[in-house]
Design a protein around this ligand. Structure first.
Ligand code: GLN
Length: 294
């Protein structure tokens, strides 16, 4: 008979210790505390076989998130499948920067382009319930996952299938966020780690010999047509793309251009806004002024 403690010990000889623990907990439906307090709890023969299959898949590089079907992002659990990019911790920076900008607004209109699993749209809506959020993705399969995540966290988001701004017509937003595919086709990274198990269309623009920025160009190039005056665009990019992205933001006529590093100190998110002032923001300033006077 195999116990959960023994299964953990065996699994961590083959894969990362934390991954081993999470797979045992997943298969045995137990918590970390159970594993520590009751290591002698038995696994059924079926659970042993399931664990063996998952450990095998993990050794071949398949992301842990695919094996357990979910991943933590900005304090919540999100469902993921092979149809979406696995949310990365560095993308939490984008949420942080977006929320800072949304805080000042009454009922902001927000667009998430290439939403994938929906982590950006759902996290923003959860933390800023007064926002009206629309999330676009070209992949119908990704939108199934994103809708599931919105339901899982009880938020209402308008999901639309389409290509970047394509389905949005002339709509304008206070905030546009995007974590587009930005890995260059020639980047060897695409063939390593868990990337071969993720959708290509979520990782790279598919332009042979290109710089990976084809989708970013479309997103930045269309921003002026889709932002309200004073509205912000926030876009995630690769470690060596900060300068090129700032250049694109400038060429697009946007101002307030800035880049922030992720926790690893790598330039990861750049932002800029459409010149002009925002009615709602100035109304708020007026309100502040009035209360001050009273
Ligand atoms: N940051 C991811 C990686 O390099 C890529 C994510 C993306 O293309 N948006 O693995």
């Amino acid at each position: 008979m195999t116990t959960i403690g023994e299964a953990w010990r065996l699994a961590r000889q083959r894969i990362d210790r934390l991954d081993a623990r999470l797979l045992v907990e997943h298969v045995a439906s137990c918590s970390h505390a159970d594993l520590l307090a009751h290591p002698g709890r038995p696994l059924s023969a079926l659970q042993v076989r399931q664990l063996e299959a998952l450990v095998q898949r993990r050794t071949s590089g398949e992301p842990l998130a695919h094996l357990v079907g979910s991943v933590g992002f900005y304090g919540r659990e999100f469902s993921v499948s092979a149809d979406v990019l696995v949310p990365r911790p560095e993308t939490e920076l984008l949420v942080e920067l977006a929320l800072e900008r949304l805080r000042a607004l009454q009922e902001p209109a927000v667009a998430d382009l290439g939403t994938g699993s929906g982590v950006l749209a759902v996290s923003l809506k959860c933390h800023c319930p007064q926002a009206r959020v629309v999330a676009v993705d070209l992949s119908a399969a990704a939108l199934v996952v994103a809708r599931m995540n919105a339901a899982r966290h009880g938020v209402s988001i308008r999901f639309i299938e389409g290509d970047w701004y394509g389905p949005l017509g002339g709509e304008r937003f206070d905030l546009i966020v995007a974590n587009p595919p930005y890995v260059a086709m020639s980047d060897p990274h695409l063939a390593s780690g868990g990337l071969p198990f993720e959708p290509r269309m979520a990782l790279t623009d598919g332009v042979a010999g290109g710089d990976g920025l084809e989708c970013t160009r479309v997103i930045i190039g269309g921003a002026a047509m889709h932002l309200l005056p004073g509205g912000w665009l926030l876009v995630e990019h690769g470690h060596d793309q900060g300068e090129a992205v700032r250049q694109l933001l400038q060429e697009a006529g946007l101002t307030g251009i800035a880049t922030w590093p992720d926790l690893a100190g790598i330039e990861r998110v750049s932002a800029a806004r459409l010149p002009g002032s925002r009615d709602r923001e100035s109304q708020q300033d007026g309100f502040f002024f009035q209360t001050h006077e009273l």
